[in-house]
Design a protein around this ligand. Sequence first.
Ligand SMILES: *Cc1c(COP(=O)(O)O)cnc(C)c1O
Length: 407
Amino acid sequence: MSDPRKEQGPATRLAAAGRRAEWTSIAGRKGGVVNPPIWRGSTHLYEDSADLAAGRPNEDGHFYYGRRGSPTQWALAEALTQIEPGAAGTILYPSGVAAIAGALLAVLRAGDVLLMTDNAYQPSRALAEGLLQRMGVETRWFDPLDVAGFPAHFCKRTKAVLLESPGSLTMELCDTPALAAIAREKGAVSLIDNTWASPLGFPALERGYDISIMSLTKHVGGHSDVMMGSVSAGEPHFSRIRRMSQQLGQVVSPDDAALAMRGLRSLSLRLERESGSALEIAQWLAGRPEVARVLCPMLPGAPGHDLWARDFTGGCGLFSFVIKGRDDAARARFLDALELFGIGYSWGGFESLAIPFDPQGARSATSWPPPGTDPADRLGIRLSIGLEDPADLIADLERGFAAMDRG
Ligand SMILES: *Cc1c(COP(=O)(O)O)cnc(C)c1O
């Protein structure tokens, strides 16, 4: 059979994914329900001793024991595999951080060197400096924008590269496929935290990455009510990741899997709407006198835009901007005046959020503010644009700027 993932558009795949007849109907009956029901269960019962003896503990998609999931979780994992061309399978984790840890632990051992992008999500840095260091894995940081200097970071012990593009908070978008190609040439496994773009905006495996990681808490859940993560990969990496997740005892609840599946169905629609609104708001911010820089690769003229246009098929509602001069108190007045934007971590929900950031303490191979910019322009704000009317969000930001300079 030909691979339907190659022939159908992503929106069609999202509607059909994970809806196998055996997960949505009762044996012997045609038709059934649209979504796989929520199967709650720790024990899976066997017909008799012979059935138990014939158990298939190492095969996916069969009842065995609660930790190996049920059709509710299998359907979500399969749906994520179906939207990630090149994936042999997907493993679910109770959070995005657990997914990053699960993938890194599957590919690294004592004595290895990990190259991590300098603009990685902070808990990824904490993992490198904590557990990975304790187990004898050395992490070295690199500037993702320095493609020419990238090969020099590798040594014989370099076994894996972890990238994010765009990077967390500061949103640098690098030559994403080129870094994957260099990692491959050097014999290292390449992993990408692809939470920002999702496979709809950046089909990571097709673009040369070995392992694609997502925090499903963000876009896939989409409603700020569930935490989950995923790792998708082709072989041989998928088998290693699956084995490690089983050793770590990772499992997600069927209720959470059903929520994530519900979010997944409307993913393309939400990403499209949020990207459009974000672009409109980024454009408006670029024209404000209080703004030094808009860090939004989707915005023509912004850093990384040309590479985004070349390599990505979509974006999302998450971007940042830097306030011109001013101090912490002024930024706090801006945030506190917002009525529609909530102040909080996470992103990708239906509701807009704003959060301040100051990355200078969390950078090893790059500096903040970036060289060539005014050092006074260093206070960042990250926005996650939700599904509200963009005109109302702009009015809210206007309220913030007015309060910021009221003093
Ligand atoms: C939020 C986030 C994660 C972690 O996801 P959780 O589900 O919150 O653990 C990982 N990577 C990126 C880029 C994130 O923004």
